[in-house]
Design a protein around this ligand. Structure first.
Ligand code: DC
Length: 228
């Protein structure tokens, strides 16, 4: 988070990229960051780190106090740990993410990142609805569960995890139900989000479509900044 803070969210071009697990939102956010020269925060890593730290401290995922204690202690350096990318960490993350106190503890970190001068890209589940509802552009990236399971299965296999496609599909369906059904900041498109279904797209096509949407929004946003 090197650059100075913008005075308010209105001065920062924030790109919100939300959507379910393995929809392609992470790759899209990374490609957007390269194309627009903006920093990217994968907010799923915050919840993954809280889940892993809670487990390592001997806490239970249903124990809101234990998970919130881990969230309060979280530092940016802990987000680089490769074990956060595992299937197990994804499941722990989804379980601790239901707790309002965990979500509240992670709010400042996300707001500070979003307010960087020049702007920022954040990907997650609730960026457009809760974290940055004022973001000038919001994408909701989705794909059919079977397509997402296939993508995630290939990714996990390439990382060396021995797991079947069927088990990954079961994980994805369970996480969709939990992330979308919880009371605290449920996963859903913001009313003003642009929906991008990547089921029939290659990652290049999806990233290109996202870039066009965001570049058009940035041109409108820059014009409105100059006018005000
Ligand atoms: O994007 P991901 O698969 O790394 O996210 C892991 C879990 O973290 C996801 O199942 C739900 C939770 N999460 C969340 O509740 N809100 C976010 N903004 C990002 C992730």
């Amino acid at each position: 988070m090197g650059k100075p803070k913008a005075e308010s969210f209105a001065e920062s071009f924030i790109v919100a990229v939300d959507g379910p697990a393995a929809s392609g939102k992470g790759t899209i956010a990374t490609r957007l960051g390269e194309a627009l020269d903006l920093p990217v925060l994968d907010t799923g890593l915050l919840y993954r780190a809280v889940g892993v730290l809670t487990a390592e401290a001997g806490g239970h995922m249903d124990d809101e106090g234990a998970a919130a204690a881990a969230a309060v202690m979280l530092t940016a350096e802990q987000l680089d740990d490769p074990k956060l990318r595992t299937r197990a960490a994804g499941e722990l993350a989804s379980r601790v993410a239901v707790h309002p106190r965990v979500r509240a503890a992670l709010l400042d970190f996300q707001h500070t990142f979003a307010r960087q001068e020049g702007g920022a890209i954040l990907d997650g589940r609730d960026i457009g609805t809760i974290i940055c509802p004022e973001a000038p552009v919001k994408l909701y990236v989705t794909a059919r569960p079977e397509v997402r399971a296939e993508r995630r299965w290939k990714q996990l296999t390439a990382q060396g995890e021995a797991v079947s496609y069927e088990d990954v599909l079961t994980d994805i369906r369970r996480r969709d139900a939990r992330d979308g059904g919880r009371d605290a900041a449920p996963m859903k498109p913001a009313p003003d989000a642009v929906l991008l279904d990547t089921s029939e797209m290659t990652i290049e096509q999806a990233a290109d479509a996202a870039r066009r949407i965001v570049e058009a929004a940035r041109a409108r946003w820059e014009a409105s900044q100059e006018a005000s």
